[in-house]
Design a protein around this ligand. Structure first.
Ligand SMILES: NC(=O)c1ccc[n+]([C@@H]2O[C@H](COP(=O)([O-])OP(=O)(O)OC[C@H]3O[C@@H](n4cnc5c(N)ncnc54)[C@H](O)[C@@H]3O)[C@@H](O)[C@H]2O)c1
Length: 270
């Protein structure tokens, strides 16, 4: 599906980004795997090549404008063009839950750090990729947003606001550049069972996510990657400015649906 295309991925050293790299490499794209952690990016590029694909790895901290500009430049130098950009990086430090607990206790430094990576990083990706894509006749940008940017949650306000802004960045780029051949869409996942989530997320929290999903299982990184790959492909030629929830239907229901299901189950038992 992606034969002949050149894809630049951010934060592709693990989790969703890695899965996108493996999928795109397997579908014939030449992949530029970037991550702040160069060793992780190199490992993914090696995996892509071991599967018969073509990839290079680069260090790129999306919060640093020069890094993003350099990664785009290096992609075009190596492969001659740029067709796909996956803006995927977000701040995921170990202190996220503690620092992003509440607006009242929010430290300005943490708020700014979140916006610098999650939002400004995606903006830099668009800023530098769009001129190259225009030069090649168009392209597809896919941003990783989140259901946390679509509805209120009692925690993670900085993360949620940054992802809501990523959704608007998506629509803005689509509105400005769609007629020049650049489609810009976003995926909005709910919980994805990345290796990090598997390791650190309490079982009870996984159970709560399972409870609100309208499908039998939680999502794997590959479940998001297949949607990103579709949005990047010519099969999605008429999809632009769209924020696609990849959440097992969680956002499609009344908030009372999960508790009501338990109420009915309880009633059936008594
Ligand atoms: N996992 C989930 O449940 C979930 C749900 C919704 C949205 N998302 C979003 O998906 C994206 C990927 O998340 P994931 O769970 O796959 O992450 P992950 O923790 O598995 O991997 C994150 C990667 O980002 C890299 N990274 C961190 N800071 C960076 C920076 N400044 N510049 C470049 N790379 C950086 C890390 O080195 C790491 O390789 C994020 O935007 C996240 O907000 C994840």
């Amino acid at each position: 599906m992606l034969s002949g295309k050149v894809a630049l991925l951010t934060a592709a050293g693990s989790g969703i980004g890695r899965a996108v790299g493996l999928l795109m490499g397997g579908q014939g794209a030449r992949v530029v795997v970037t991550d702040i952690d160069l060793a992780a990016a190199e490992k993914v590029a090696t995996e892509i090549e071991a599967n018969g694909g073509e990839a290079i790895a680069l260090a790129c901290n999306v919060a640093a404008e020069a890094d993003v500009a350099g990664a785009v430049q290096a992609a075009v130098m190596r492969f001659g063009r740029l067709d796909i950009l996956h803006n995927n990086a977000a701040y995921q430090g170990a202190d996220l839950m503690e620092k992003d607990a509440d607006i009242v206790s929010m430290e300005a430094e943490f708020w700014d750090r979140t916006m610098a990576i999650n939002l400004r990083g995606s903006m830099f990706g668009c800023k530098y990729a769009i001129p190259k894509m225009l030069g090649g006749g168009g392209g597809a940008i896919i941003n990783t947003a989140s259901v946390n940017g679509l509805a209120g949650f009692l925690s993670m306000p900085a993360y949620g606001v940054s992802k809501a802004a990523v959704a608007m960045l998506t629509r803005n780029v689509a509105a400005r550049y769609g007629r020049e051949g650049i489609r810009c869409n976003a995926v909005a996942p709910s919980l994805v069972l990345t290796p990090a989530a598997e390791r650190f997320l309490p079982e009870e929290v996984k159970r709560l996510h399972h409870d609100v999903a309208l499908v039998p299982t939680l999502c794997s990184p590959a479940g998001i990657a297949s949607v990103v790959g579709f949005l990047a492909s010519d099969a999605a030629v008429f999809i632009n400015g769209h924020i696609l929830s990849v959440d097992g239907g969680a956002m499609s229901q009344l908030a009372i649906n999960g508790p009501f299901r338990r109420y009915l189950e309880q009633a059936a038992r008594t």
